[in-house]
Design a protein around this ligand. Structure first.
Ligand code: SAM
Length: 172
């Protein structure tokens, strides 16, 4: 089974819409399997967290949701029952993968980005992007902070049928 097929099967089985619905499996197939830390905005019923546990077996998963998370304690999961808009990210570790699957509103995505991108040492994925108007704002933010290193911003349309089958991927 290819990594893309494995990821899509896992997403669909675990109940997140990242697989057959949005077509994001090929995007996540490019993330190294051996990453150690993940942060996701948006837990909902926990389908993506269950997927990350299987797909990235060495990773500790941090996730935040404004609603209560449906999880029993797990040694590789840390959840925050808070609003990312008001969240103090200063005590978080750095992350190999950051995913914004929260409210998807442009303003919220940018506030989350300002808090989380300085902590990202690998790939930052913003899901369900209706309009790529976010890209110039992200680029401006990176320039303003002048963090050393090369950052690449891409808009990836997955070709599925929904208006929001699009991610922005930022890589350092
Ligand atoms: C699309 S769902 C997440 C789905 C999950 N990532 C998955 O793939 O299974 C979006 C979630 O973001 C949460 N959310 C929306 N705004 C938020 C905010 N400001 N802070 C934290 N969570 C937020 C919602 O409560 C909702 O549960």
């Amino acid at each position: 089974m290819s990594r893309i097929t494995q990821i899509c099967e896992t997403f669909d089985r675990c109940g997140t819409d990242k697989g057959s619905h949005h077509g994001y499996s090929s995007v996540y197939a490019q993330v190294p399997v051996d990453i150690k830390t993940i942060f996701e905005v948006g837990i909902a019923s926990g389908g993506s967290i269950a997927s990350w546990l299987e797909l990235f077996p060495d990773a500790h998963i941090y996730a935040i949701d404004i609603l209560a998370a449906p999880f029993s304690p797990h040694p590789r999961i840390t959840t925050y029952h808070q609003d990312i808009m008001k969240f103090d990210a200063s005590r978080l570790p750095h992350f190999d993968l950051v995913i914004d699957d929260g409210s998807h509103s442009v303003g919220d995505v940018l506030i989350a980005w300002e808090k989380l991108w300085p902590l990202c040492d690998g790939t930052y994925i913003i899901e369900d992007v209706i309009s790529p108007e976010l890209v110039p704002a992200l680029a401006k933010s990176i320039e303003a902070i002048q963090r050393p290193g090369m950052w690449r911003i891409e808009v990836i349309n997955t070709g599925n049928k929904n208006a929001d089958d699009r991610v922005i991927r930022v890589q350092c």
